[in-house]
Design a protein around this ligand. Structure first.
Ligand SMILES: *Cc1c(COP(=O)(O)O)cnc(C)c1O
Length: 234
């Protein structure tokens, strides 16, 4: 219990310092609590500490936690999403961070139409061109965003990336800077139905640098809860 609130206190201070460095304030940054593999009791502790926006990377896990916690939290899907699973989460999520194919966007649009709602999404960018990672290539983001702007039931709210795993987080600064540049470039084009509002980047190891470079959503799991135990899935 106290571990979570102590960790959170420390993280919030660091978020504030990094935000100030980039000419912004603590309130400009959304701290997304990444709760994959974390049980509902610990999630409730986190919510009691004021973190009410949660990120899950697996559909099944999001749904089973949603059944217990419901709309008391806002749910973000941050992991790879298979088209056949879109229908299960379409009415539960506030934001999908991981749109990286037209096929997926089409399915989200279709299911959103059925549910009579508009769904907010981010486009995932594979900023370092890692083979192991999902995401649109940096040089194709603009074309991709233009292509999905035509879907009436999707609102593109920004960009997301998962930076490489590195020993020294400074190594990721260049990628965060590139993301920010793409973000600003797209914003300046004023494409209909494209709102460059959110730049989701930075995790436990590199969130301060991501914020310094312009992130306004950071996704933090380990820093809040400690190392994940993948044997416990609920
Ligand atoms: C797990 C995960 C995170 C959180 O990672 P930590 O290093 O535990 O903070 C952030 N983003 C995505 C997409 C993840 O899958």
């Amino acid at each position: 219990m106290s571990l979570i609130s102590d960790n959170l206190c420390d993280i919030r201070k660091k978020i504030e310092i990094a935000a100030n460095k980039s000419g912004r304030s603590f309130e400009d940054i959304l701290l997304l609590g990444v709760t994959k593999t974390v049980d509902v009791d610990r999630i409730k502790t986190l919510m009691d500490c004021g973190v009410k926006t949660l990120g899950e990377n697996r559909v099944q896990e999001l749904i089973s936690k949603y059944e217990i916690i419901g709309d008391g939290a806002k749910w973000h899907l941050i992991g790879n999403l298979q088209t056949n699973k879109v229908k299960y989460i379409i009415d539960k999520v506030e934001l999908i961070h991981s749109v990286d194919s037209i096929k997926l966007a089409e399915e989200i649009d279709k299911q959103a139409k059925k549910a009579d709602r508009k769904v907010d999404v981010l486009v995932e960018v594979n900023i370092a061109g890692e083979i192991s990672k999902h995401g649109v290539r940096p040089d194709e983001v603009f074309k991709f965003v233009e292509n999905i702007s035509k879907f009436d039931n999707i609102r593109t709210k920004g960009l997301m990336t998962v930076a490489p795993f590195v020993e020294n987080s400074e190594e990721n600064r260049k990628y965060f800077r590139q993301m920010r540049k793409i973000f600003v470039d797209i914003k300046s084009q004023n494409v209909d139905n494209i709102y460059m509002t959110y730049l989701s980047m930075g995790m436990t190891n590199d969130y301060e640098i991501a914020i310094e470079e312009g992130a306004n959503i950071v996704r933090i799991g380990t820093g809040i809860f400690g190392e994940r135990n993948y044997d416990i899935k609920k």
